[in-house]
Design a protein around this ligand. Structure first.
Ligand code: MN
Ligand code: MN
Length: 470
């Protein structure tokens, strides 16, 4: 055997036995990359218009209705291909496409969350200090607090009034509208702050938002600046100070989604986690047509704070909906759940060469390498996770390989480096097969996160193929 033959033999064997190291984007053809770019134009629009869970629900229902979804009516008999939605308190939504077999052989679930880290206003937020008006906030989700200082913020949400009406607030997004911000200390005077650890350098009670600085008039009354802010709010929204008590008001970054890189291969935006999976799941729900088994796409709330509450995945709202579908089909809910499968569509931490020591490269996910399957999350010794079974992993990767979906596997950072979880375990606890699938994200939970366009598109393709599979 010549030296050259030996080399070819090794090459052939490598191809047969080893995982391909070539990055996903090298495996995608130009047509596929063009499709990914096109898909992401609409995704960017979604990012800008749906910065909060309420806005994401409204957007999803609007698109769903345009595509033939109607509001679910309990007890009604639906036929294969029918599309229904259930709105849970305007903060979570389920979209179901009835399958040829109904729910008799289980349902296919795709679940993503539409809440993101942010600064919520406290119930009594407005105060005046040294002739400045400020809002007290209570941060929502896991944030590095210093990242939220000195950036433009927009106010989104609703104020519910005692007469039963609701006022929608959205200020700081359109050109010419004011924004708000958390101030930071100038470096010249920050010697003490800079010597502290990052946790202590900027605390939760420091996240106060500047909202005004001019007095109402020249009377000698106190709190004139605060009064002026309330006068403006009263004129614009008809609210008074006590109405803050019945409000869901969120401060979110005011900037828009933009392309990142000279090659425009990536998107930078607030709230990719987890709109970057919610949008692909929504599009898959619209494109699935008539599946074999009923497909349910859930866009849920509260994931970032542990999934508690009636709009989070620890609530029974999805369970009860499947129970209603089971009853109509004349089957027991427990038999439906035992045969059901789920993609918990959530992001994973993309390997970042600048912070390489936080990752274990062999088991990390990389941007531009396709959608990422995460067998388990959790922390420490696999604590707080539902791990997908070997059999279910095999099932999912065979669907993806068959359909040419570019995918990779990933773990969340290195062992004992920290950890995190998704909604997967709450669904798995219902006796459903679940695995996490989603997009690798750089700067996760920062006000400005980065993803690759190819990975967004491959997540859409992955969820759609999962929905369509026999
Ligand atoms: Mn997430
Ligand atoms: Mn998150």
């Amino acid at each position: 055997m010549s030296k050259k033959d030996e080399k070819n033999e090794a090459k052939e064997l490598k191809e047969k036995l080893l995982i391909k190291k070539e990055s996903g984007v090298k495996r995608a053809d130009a047509q596929e990359i063009a499709k990914a770019d096109e898909f992401c134009e609409d995704y960017k629009e979604f990012l800008d218009r749906a910065k909060t869970e309420r806005e994401a629900v409204a957007y999803a229902i609007k698109i769903a209705k345009k595509n033939g979804f109607t509001e679910y009516s309990c007890g009604e008999r639906y036929k294969a291909g029918d599309k229904v939605f259930v709105n849970n308190r305007n903060k979570a939504v389920m979209l179901a496409v009835i399958g040829k077999k109904g729910v008799k052989r289980g349902v296919r679930l795709g679940i993503a969350h539409i809440d993101s880290p942010r600064l919520d206003l406290k119930p009594n937020p407005l105060y005046e200090a040294n002739d400045m008006a400020l809002f007290k906030t209570h941060y929502y989700g896991g944030i590095k607090k210093y990242q939220w200082t000195a950036i433009p913020l927009a106010l989104h949400g609703v104020v519910a009034l005692k007469d039963g009406s609701t006022v929608t607030v959205n200020i700081g997004e359109k050109p010419g509208e004011p924004c708000f911000c958390v101030t930071d200390l100038l470096p010249h005077l920050a010697a003490e702050q800079m010597s502290k650890t990052m946790v202590k350098g900027f605390t939760g009670e420091d996240l106060n938002i500047l909202v005004g600085s001019r007095p109402f008039n020249n009377d000698s009354e106190s709190e004139q600046v605060k009064l002026n802010v309330l006068a403006i709010l009263n004129e614009k929204y008809g609210i008074t100070e006590s109405d803050f008590l019945s409000a869901d008001l969120e401060m979110v970054p005011a900037f828009k989604a933009v392309d990142i890189g000279f090659d425009k291969s990536m998107i930078g935006s607030y709230g990719h986690d987890d709109r970057v999976c919610a949008y692909p799941a929504l599009m898959a729900a619209i494109d699935v047509k008539t599946p074999e088994q009923t497909v349910i796409t859930v866009l849920t709330d509260k994931e970032e704070i542990g999934s508690d509450g009636n709009t989070g995945m620890k609530s029974l709202y999805m369970y009860d909906f499947i129970a209603d579908l089971a009853e109509t089909d004349g089957v027991e809910l427990r038999h439906v759940l035992a045969q059901s499968t789920c993609l918990s569509a959530d992001v994973n931490a993309a390997y970042d060469p600048t912070y390489a020591s936080a990752y274990e490269a062999n088991n990390s996910c990389f941007i531009n390498n396709g959608t990422v399957i995460t067998k388990y999350t959790g922390s420490g010794g696999k604590s707080g996770t539902s791990e997908a079974t070997a059999e279910y992993m095999a099932h999912i990767r065979s669907i993806f390989d068959e359909a040419g979906v570019i995918w990779q596997s990933g773990e969340l950072g290195k062992v004992d480096g920290g950890g995190g979880g998704t909604i997967a375990k709450y669904v798995a606890n219902l006796n459903v097969d679940v695995v996490d699938l989603g997009v690798p994200v750089l700067s996760m939970h920062a006000p400005f996160e980065v993803v690759s366009k190819l990975d967004v598109y491959m997540t859409y393709r992955g969820i759609l193929e999962f929905y369509r599979a026999k």
